[in-house]
Design a protein around this ligand. Structure first.
Ligand code: HAM
Length: 420
């Protein structure tokens, strides 16, 4: 029986990989100009890190983690997100001591055992940033502006930035109580998940998609009315800076995010055209996380963006770039005698940076030309016994349909001219 890839995972084949490389290049360039350094953390960590970092009662920790015992009986988890790992690495290597503010970015696969659907996978990829050690609302605005800059650079439009503040533990506790007072009398009407959330994490009821729950929360008190002075002025400053930078956003008082570490600013970038899984990017401030992971009080903020959803958005908006993975040269060999010389020529072209494919099997000229055509090679070189004797090679420009004989010593120059 044939074995397929596990549900919720995907192979990225060469043609698709060109798009991934292009996206990654653009994203890296934005991170470079904003002065972020790359961090590559392990794909798996001690389970404890995510349980403590993301929150025991979140969907991710409760039911979506790939967790197993290793040979030594230690509980290991495939990372479901990057923030907890980055904070761990920040503490483990004492990065705070190196610079006042630490700005890191990452790019890589994440794992969540969710129900696969359009735009939702079990292995997916994120690029993201984390800034550690900066309290200023200016960095909140800069991080959000940087996220929008990435999408703008990739040519996307019609994306919405949703913004909210979830306050600090103090004002959130007050709000939590007010929300409970509002929801408890009607708890019997809430969906089964929200009845559970009501006990464990009532703020999560706010982002339930069920129309009944939404109806009940529509009349609920709003978080922004409960923010303490510090959180309210921080939020006002973030909005002021965003306005000044010309970043368009909308306040979404239902936006609470699915991870427990957030404080103050939270945001998402959404593309409505994606359907139910419409968030291409999500992030926010997490001023308590470093301490929760065993470090000194250190503010933090960041975001992560889904690469698969980004590429689906590019597709839907007709913004995929035209990229070619075709060889520049296909080297066709006729007969046995020229084989070794052909190999030498191919190696020489490759050393000159020319993308070269070679005939290995010694098939008929017709079969080789068919392959060159299928591969979409720009130029075909033909080396037979006559050319070998004359120290030349036939060069055919596939687009122009012209061919001529070129001496070996002129070959690289002529090819470079032909390729423009
Ligand atoms: P998150 O909202 O869980 O946040 O994920 C960020 C983005 O990853 C989502 O907006 C989405 O584009 C993508 N994503 C998440 N789950 C899936 C999935 N199952 N399939 C496909 N794409 C998915 C975080 O992960 C936080 N660590 C972000 C952050 C960084 N906050 C502060 N710093």
């Amino acid at each position: 029986m044939k074995i397929n890839a596990p549900k919720g995972t995907q192979d990225i084949l060469p043609e698709q990989a060109l798009i991934w490389q292009w996206v990654e290049k653009q994203v890296r360039e934005v991170f470079r100009v904003y002065n972020y350094g790359e961090v590559r953390t392990p794909i798996f960590e001690h389970t404890e890190l995510f349980a403590r970092g993301i929150g025991e009662t979140t969907d991710i920790v409760e039911k979506e983690m790939y967790t197993f015992l290793d040979q030594g009986g230690r509980s290991i988890t495939l990372r479901p997100e990057g923030t907890a790992s980055v904070v761990r690495a920040f503490l483990e290597h004492n990065l705070a001591a190196k610079t006042g503010v630490t700005k890191l970015f990452y790019f890589g696969p994440m794992f969540r055992q969710e129900k696969p659907q359009a735009g939702r996978f079990r292995q997916f990829h994120q690029f993201g940033v984390e800034v550690l050690g900066e309290n200023s609302p200016l960095i909140d605005a800069e991080v959000i502006a940087m996220a929008t800059e990435i999408y703008r650079r990739l040519g996307l439009d019609a994306l919405e930035v949703r913004l909210n503040s979830v306050g600090c533990p103090v004002c959130r506790a007050n709000y939590r109580q007010a929300l409970l007072d509002h929801l408890t009398p009607r708890s019997g009407e809430l969906c089964a998940s929200c009845q559970r959330r009501l006990v464990q994490n009532p703020l999560r009821v706010l982002d339930c998609k069920s129309p009944v729950c939404q109806g009940i929360t529509a009349e609920a008190p709003q978080l922004d009315q409960y923010l303490c002075e510090d959180c309210a002025s921080h939020f006002a400053a973030v909005r002021r800076y965003l306005d000044a930078m010309g970043v368009v956003y909308m306040i979404d008082s239902r936006l609470v995010r699915g991870l427990d570490y957030y404080t103050k600013t939270v945001f998402e970038v959404v593309y409505q055209g994606l359907g139910a899984q419409n968030a291409v990017c999500g992030g926010g401030r997490y001023d308590g996380l470093v301490q929760q992971c065993g470090g000194p009080p250190t503010p933090g903020i960041g975001f992560a963006a889904g690469v698969e959803r980004l590429i689906i958005t590019l597709e839907k908006q007709g913004k995929l770039p035209e990229l070619s993975g075709a060889p520049q040269v296909y080297l066709s060999v006729l007969g046995d005698a020229p084989k070794l010389k052909a190999f030498e020529i191919a190696q020489n072209l490759r050393a000159q940076g020319i993308r070269t494919e070679l005939e290995y099997a010694g098939r008929s000229l017709k079969a080789q030309m068919k392959t060159a055509d299928k591969l979409n090679a720009a130029l075909v070189l033909i080396l037979g016994e006559d050319e070998l004797a004359r120290e030349t090679i036939v060069l055919r420009n596939m687009k122009k349909g012209e061919q001529r004989e070129v001496p070996w010593r002129e070959l690289v120059t002529v090819i470079q001219e032909e390729l423009g």
